[in-house]
Design a protein around this ligand. Structure first.
Ligand SMILES: Nc1ncnc2c1ncn2[C@@H]1O[C@H](COP(=O)(O)OP(=O)(O)OP(=O)(O)O)[C@@H](O)[C@H]1O
Ligand SMILES: [Mg+2]
Length: 279
């Protein structure tokens, strides 16, 4: 049986580091993303997930390492050039143009494509994937609900014709039913052949979507799962609670720094994970 890792590598990240002055947010991260794979990155607040995506997309200049897209070295390229190459980021908290219409936000996604004749077709495809965006075409993006904004942000990313779509926290702040809608759309895109890199704090969602998960803690990958293999619950729990670092709680959620809080968080997380397994 062939697995996703037998397919060609689309994105190759080698020993990537991102620093903000003295803060070393990403420290020597390496992974390969294969054609039509969905790779998930999970980890606690401050683990460095968004910084990893920012370093790949070119929003920040990596302090070390290498990023290649389809064999082309793109490390440190401008974001706009990366988007043109098909390396597209849907950022955390959507970052839409609030006073512009849904339609104009979508068209902005295709800006780098100039007068590409496929733009109207792609617009139709996005509106078919998220019919609510067609209904709200003329509404200002800032007045959409959180879920609609997330759909618009993904739609805008799609309008750039991505080869790899990176989505930072698609479920952030959304009600469970809306999370399901967004998850279904991501699954459908995958079915249509898109390659996805998804950062999520919602472990269940990441497990449900991804072929393969990387667990990030304090800027490094501390654990990973093989395609479809059982996840090491201990590694995940440790990453979320900041428990594997040598005596450090940096990067751990504030209410989970030890004692009773940690016990409660641990049991909540275990419950969450076992629900994920039952799915
Ligand atoms: N622009 C910045 N300037 C300085 N430090 C930053 C900047 N952005 C992030 N950091 C720091 O880098 C570390 C990693 O942050 P990052 O946002 O990448 O984490 P994250 O895993 O995405 O967290 P979250 O789950 O809360 O989104 C944190 O310690 C954060 O304070
Ligand atoms: Mg983040």
């Amino acid at each position: 049986m062939t697995t996703v890792t037998d397919r060609p590598t689309v994105l190759h990240v080698e020993d990537l580091s991102v620093s903000y002055g003295p803060v070393r947010a990403v420290r020597g991260v390496s992974f390969a993303l294969h054609e039509n794979e969905c790779l998930g990155v999970v980890g606690a607040n401050g683990a460095g997930k968004s910084s990893l995506l920012a370093g790949i997309a070119g929003l920040v200049r990596p302090s070390g390492g290498r990023v290649s897209l389809g064999g082309t070295h793109v490390t440190g390229s401008r974001t706009e050039d990366n988007v043109r190459r098909g390396l597209v980021l849907v950022p955390e908290r959507r970052q839409l143009f609030a006073s512009m219409s849904v339609h104009d936000n979508l068209l902005l996604g295709s800006y780098v494509r100039g007068r590409d004749r496929r733009v109207p077709e792609e617009l139709e495809r996005v509106e078919a994937l998220f019919p609510i965006l067609a209904e709200r075409r003329e509404q200002r993006a800032g007045t959409l609900s959180g879920g609609e904004q997330q759909m618009l942000a993904i739609g805008r990313g799609l309008m750039s014709f991505p080869q790899v779509l990176m989505v930072d926290e698609p479920s952030l702040g959304l009600a469970p039913v809306v999370v399901d809608t967004v998850a279904d759309a991501l699954r459908e895109l995958r079915r249509q052949g898109l390659t996805l890199l998804i950062v999520e704090q919602n472990v269940r969602l990441a497990m449900a979507l991804a072929d393969h998960l990387l667990v990030m803690e304090q800027g490094v990958i501390v654990s990973e799962t093989g395609a479809g293999s059982a996840l090491s619950q201990e590694a995940l729990i440790a990453a979320y609670l900041g428990g594997t670092g040598a005596g450090s709680t940096e990067g751990a959620p504030g209410d989970a720094s030890g004692g009773m809080g940690e016990e409660i968080s641990r049991s909540l997380l275990q419950t969450e994970l076992s629900k994920g397994e039952q799915k």
